[in-house]
Each structure stands twice: as C-alpha cells, then as structure tokens.
Design a protein around this ligand. Structure first.
Ligand SMILES: [Mn+2]
Length: 272
C-alpha cells in the first residue's frame, strides 16, 4: 500500500487525538467522547497507535512519562479495529513513525532496541500480518473542509501539489537511519518533524485548502501549544499526566481560520 490523503465530510463533529502509544485506557476514554457525539461524528487519531513502556523496560517510572500505564498495543489494535467496524468510515488513524516502523520505516527504539520487532514477537505471525495490513491503510494526511489539516508530525514538507502526498510507497526505506529518512522528501518531515517554519506550513495548508495544522508526535506537557499562527501541537496521551491530556473537538461545518480559533475549554478539551 501507498500513502493517501483522507478527505473528511463537511458535516458532523470531528474528534482528534494524538500519540496513544499503546495506552488502551486513554483510547477508550477518547472513543467514549466520540461515540457520545452521534452517528455523524468522525474520529481521527494522528498516528503512533503502538509502542509504549512496560515495567521491564522502564524500571522505576520516570516523571517525563506522565501518569503510569502499561503498554497494551495488542489490545489497542483490536479495540481500534472494533471501533472501525462499529462505525464504518468514521474511525481513522494516520501513519505515525512508530506505526511506520512495522512497514519498513526507520527502527524506533524508545522502550526496546527495536520496538516493532518486539511487538511483532508478542503478536505472533498471524496478528502481525493483520496489523501490518491495517497500518498500510493509514492515510498520511487528513483534511477537513472546516480548515483543519491533520498530520502525525509537524507539516514541514515542501508541497506544491496535493498529488505529492499520494502514492508514496511505505516500504522503500529499509536500512535508513532516522537522519537519512528525515531528509526524504514529504514522508521524512511528516512522520518525524518536531517543528516547521511558518512559511512552509502556510504553503502546505494552502495546497490542501486548509487554514490550521493540528498534529502531535512531540510531547507538550501542558497538553497543547500554538506554534505561530497556523500550528497547534496537541498531546492527548503519551508523556502526560492525566490532568493535562488534551484532545480536539471541532464542528465539520464550522470554520477554523487559525490556531487561535481552537480555544481552550471549547475546541481543546481535557481528556479527564
Ligand atoms: Mn511520533
């Protein structure tokens, strides 16, 4: 499978969550908010569904990981599939760098020397094949007509036409170091960039007809941060204490012209 762009409808409510990394409890909480919004709601996770800490790899729980949890990536994959089956066409996950590691992307090594190999050993051959097939369907970017454009990492890709986002193979980079992959056009920055310049983001948004970029990948301990006028970094789960975890809720028929239009307590909501 190759990269694609997800186009969301102009009706209903959109819930956006970032970086769950195997946190089943946070997914269930977010999914409950989504389900309560009715049959036109859409749920977009911005990638990094898998790879969390466990007691063996963490030892004493460090403060920078926030509220303690145990990696439940296998159960979270199943819960995500069940959520998709229950709400066909309304539950989505973008590709994150941790998911991409299962499809030939650079090795991620936060909690294990090779997190994809470790998870696949736990999953076994059959579940690994199903997980890889699912991950290969993850879009690279989601675009909502209300102006919100979602990516995994900061949208630092230099874009001149929408077609540049489509049809890129996931598995052509085996052996790339993270540094090498980061310099790959389009895919490198969209899966790994922690920040992007105002100019590049403005261009990226204009090509897609969007007005504000929402993404995770980096941890913002306070739950969200505006970077310039057009970028909103959100942390829904990974690396945060429960009381700071934030998700985004917007009306798909609405209009969000910039990062300031995503307001604390209105569009930026506490998960707990
Ligand atoms: Mn990431």
């Amino acid at each position: 499978m190759k990269t694609s762009v997800l186009q969301l409808p102009a009706r209903g409510t959109l819930v956006i969550g970032t970086d769950l990394q195997g946190n089943l409890r946070d997914f269930e909480r977010l999914h409950a908010y989504f389900e309560a919004l009715g049959e036109e709601a859409q749920l977009v996770l911005t990638g990094d569904l898998v790879h969390g800490p466990d007691e063996d790899t963490v030892g004493q729980w460090p403060d920078f990981l926030g509220t303690p949890y145990r990696d439940e990536s296998p159960a979270l994959i199943e819960a995500f599939v069940a959520a998709q089956e229950k709400a066909p066409g309304r539950v989505h996950c973008l590709m994150g760098n941790h998911d991409h590691a299962h499809l030939g992307g650079p090795v991620t090594a936060k909690f294990h020397p090779d997190e994809a190999a470790q998870l696949e050993a736990v999953l076994g051959a059959e579940r690994t094949a199903r997980w890889r097939a699912l991950a290969a369907t993850f879009p690279l970017v989601a675009v909502a007509p209300c102006g919100v454009v979602m990516t995994h990492a900061a949208p630092g890709a230099e874009l001149t036409h929408r077609s540049q986002l489509e049809g890129i193979a996931w598995d052509a980079y085996r052996g790339d170091s993270i540094d090498t992959f980061f310099r790959r056009p389009i895919l490198g920055p969209l899966l790994w960039a922690r920040s992007a310049s105002d100019e590049v983001v403005a261009q990226f948004l204009s090509v897609l007809g969007g007005s504000v970029a929402v993404f995770g990948h980096d941890v913002v301990r306070e739950g969200f941060a505006r970077d310039g006028a057009k970028q909103m970094v959100v942390s829904t789960s990974f690396g945060l204490f429960d009381e700071h975890k934030v998700f985004v809720q917007v009306e798909l028929a609405g209009r969000y012209p910039d990062a300031a239009s995503l307001r604390e307590g209105v569009e930026l909501k506490l998960l707990y």
